[in-house]
Design a protein around this ligand. Structure first.
Ligand SMILES: Nc1nc2c(ncn2[C@@H]2O[C@H](COP(=O)(O)OP(=O)(O)O)[C@@H](O)[C@H]2O)c(=O)[nH]1
Ligand SMILES: [Mg+2]
Length: 352
């Protein structure tokens, strides 16, 4: 799973990339990819409780994209050259600048996050619209001939025309393609406005603790953070970090909440495992069954699956330990088809 950081030049993408991955950003103009660990207080608690030798967090990839300036045709062409990488992502994060200050030149001469989000969205819509229009032309031509796929082509044409209409009305395709069967019909196009979009308002350090005033329309989530502050915080630990956080009215880095929101936006949840050897969060697609979740740990666990001994993290935490959870009737035995929920602690019983 992968999420891409997009936005105009100098909006703070690479700074945020560095803060979440610890990976140095690439040179301007290149795409840089890194794996990020998603901070998870649940795993920390379990690891402490079970005195685990190893603690493992959920991970996914983040892609730092070059800044997309739309000021000139050659810059727009540059944007198009990178479109393929965006298409293969599972979600997009629009990073826009909301901090003042003359030391960093403002995009188009003025700090205006709403304008920047709109410009980006418009660009994504244009890209999709072009694909949709081309496909409509082809389907119409094809429908004049007696080909075998006619029924299917007709249905797709109807859908593509609805997509076209939505885009022309400034509506992303995520709003149109809600029916899984319809979404499947056009999945090969990997439409950009079909992907979940998270908005990051890169605010001044002093504003980092302020809640978001207004959720952006069609955004999966809108988050205020200061990329520079997060980058600085990622270099500190323990008391130094606490002191620094307190100075800015924060109790923890915003990075964790941001990454959890990314996971949620791209449809990932975590199940947990715990024990002396390891406490761990396992990212799975929302809707995954117990047997498939077991398979992510090891194929033997899926093959020989008998039952998943399950307790919700919150229930275990409230009870204090497994024994009390069991006495409280909070430990369930679930079968293969059980749909695993975020925060489920699983112990797979299997025999091979
Ligand atoms: N004051 C301030 N400057 C920032 C912040 N985030 C990034 N910058 C600065 O803005 C400039 C561009 O940042 P960068 O992350 O390279 O932007 P990118 O072009 O979007 O990758 C750099 O000089 C950063 O130090 C922030 O939260 N506050
Ligand atoms: Mg950059």
């Amino acid at each position: 799973m992968e999420i891409a950081l997009v936005g105009p030049p100098l909006s703070g993408k690479s700074t945020l990339f560095q803060a979440v991955s610890g990976h140095a950003p690439g040179h301007s103009g290149v795409e840089t990819r890194a794996m990020v660990k998603v901070p998870d207080p649940r795993v920390d608690w379990l690891s402490g409780k079970f005195a685990s030798k190893k603690t493992t967090y959920a991970t996914f990839n983040v892609l730092d994209m070059p800044g997309f300036s739309q000021e000139t045709p050659s810059q727009q062409a540059e944007f198009r050259r990178h479109m393929g990488s965006l298409r293969s992502c599972d979600g997009l994060v629009a990073v826009v600048r909301a901090f003042a200050g003359a030391d960093v030149p403002a995009y188009r001469g003025k700090v205006d996050p709403i304008r920047d989000i709109q410009e980006l969205r418009t660009e994504l819509m244009f890209a999709d619209l072009e694909q949709v229009a081309n496909r409509i032309d082809r389907l119409k031509k094809q429908l004049t001939k007696p080909v075998k796929t006619q029924e299917q082509d007709k249905r797709e044409l109807d859908l593509q025309e609805r997509c076209q209409k939505a885009l022309e009305n400034d509506m992303p395709l995520s709003e149109v393609l809600r029916d899984p069967e319809e979404a499947k019909m056009v999945s090969s196009f990997a439409f950009l406005t079909q992907k979940p979009l998270l908005v990051v308002l890169n605010v001044a350090e002093t504003e980092a603790s302020k809640p978001v005033e207004k959720e952006m329309l069609y955004a999966a989530a809108t988050i205020n953070l200061s990329a520079r502050l997060e980058a600085d915080l990622s270099q500190l630990s323990g008391d130094d970090q606490k002191t620094f956080l307190a100075e800015y009215g924060l109790t923890e880095p915003v990075r964790g909440r941001f990454l959890q929101a990314c996971m949620q936006a791209i449809g990932l949840v975590s199940f947990l495992t715990c024990g002396e050897d390891e406490s761990r969060a396992w990212p799975i697609r929302n809707g995954t069954t117990a047997v498939d979740a077991a398979g992510t740990i090891h194929s033997d666990l899926a093959r020989g699956f008998i039952r998943a001994e399950t307790v919700a993290y919150e229930d275990l935490k409230a009870a204090g330990d497994m024994k009390t959870s069991r006495a409280n009737g909070k430990i369930r035995l679930e079968g293969k088809e059980y749909v695993v929920k975020d925060g489920d602690i699983l112990n797979i019983r299997f025999s091979v």
